[in-house]
Design a binder for this molecule. Structure first.
Ligand SMILES: [Cu+2]
Length: 244
């Protein structure tokens, strides 16, 4: 398999919270899948040494929530790989089937959102669980994608009905009782949307050949875009280096 490598250093100084255009064409799944598609893979890497994790003060419900804890806003491996970056190609109108579920599950456990970054299929329904024996106040912030601000009793749930999440984009999640609780919901535009793993690795497969915009998003490091060329049956290797 031919591998095309491009190493790109992109300094980041702007944090863009909102998602891009709301009015892109909707995505169509090709029956029979993508024949002889290409792959883009690589690593998301932090430039330089990571700072020590910021410590979060746990000052409510400590008997359930536990002690002060390191923030997970920037998780970097020993070799500099960045976890929980979102990599996507949004400008594909038709292609492979979705692997994200039609119904997502989101947890609050020991006063922490799990997972920290959740990928969601457009128009998916879902459930938010409070698994803790204390109350939370589940609060989402977005530009009209899905906004809710609701008290949750201990061991309770909120149901998110189908179509309540209106469009792709970024939704910030917080708890108003426990100020350290933070999370993100990323509503994908296409199935060509993945998270980097704990070593910063990612792989997006079955891409129809073409020239696309390859996007990265990270909650702390912001957004980048670059052009990626996908050839039939080939792998394009792209490492993205982000700066604090
Ligand atoms: Cu809470």
């Amino acid at each position: 398999m031919k591998v095309i490598r491009s190493n790109i250093v992109i300094p980041i100084c702007i944090f863009i919270f909102a998602a891009g255009s709301a009015e892109a064409a909707s995505y169509t799944v090709l029956e029979g899948g993508v024949d002889n598609g290409g792959t883009v893979r690589g690593r998301i890497i932090l430039h330089g040494s990571p700072p020590p994790p910021r410590m979060l003060t746990v000052d409510e419900d400590m008997e359930v929530c536990g002690d002060n804890r390191p923030s997970e806003e920037l998780v970097v491996s020993d070799t500099g790989g960045i976890k929980n970056a979102v990599l996507s190609i949004d400008d594909i109108q038709s292609g492979k089937a979705w692997s994200l579920p039609d119904e997502f599950v989101y947890h609050q456990e020991k006063c922490k959102f799990n997972p920290r970054v959740l990928l969601i299929k457009p128009k998916a329904s879902g459930v938010v669980l409070n698994n803790d024996p204390v109350g939370h106040n589940f609060h989402t912030i977005s530009r009209g994608i899905y906004n809710i601000n609701k008290k949750m009793k201990s061991e309770s749930r909120i149901t998110v009905a189908k179509n309540k999440i209106r469009r792709p984009g970024v939704i910030r999640v917080k708890c108003d009782i426990h100020s350290w609780m933070k999370g993100w919901w990323i509503v994908a535009r296409t199935p060509y949307t993945v998270l980097s793993d704990e070593n910063g690795n990612f792989s997006i497969t079955d891409i129809p050949p073409g020239i696309y915009t390859f996007k990265t998003w990270h909650e702390k490091l912001g957004e980048t875009e670059q052009t990626v060329v996908i050839k039939a049956g080939e792998t394009t290797e792209t490492d993205v280096v982000l700066e604090l």
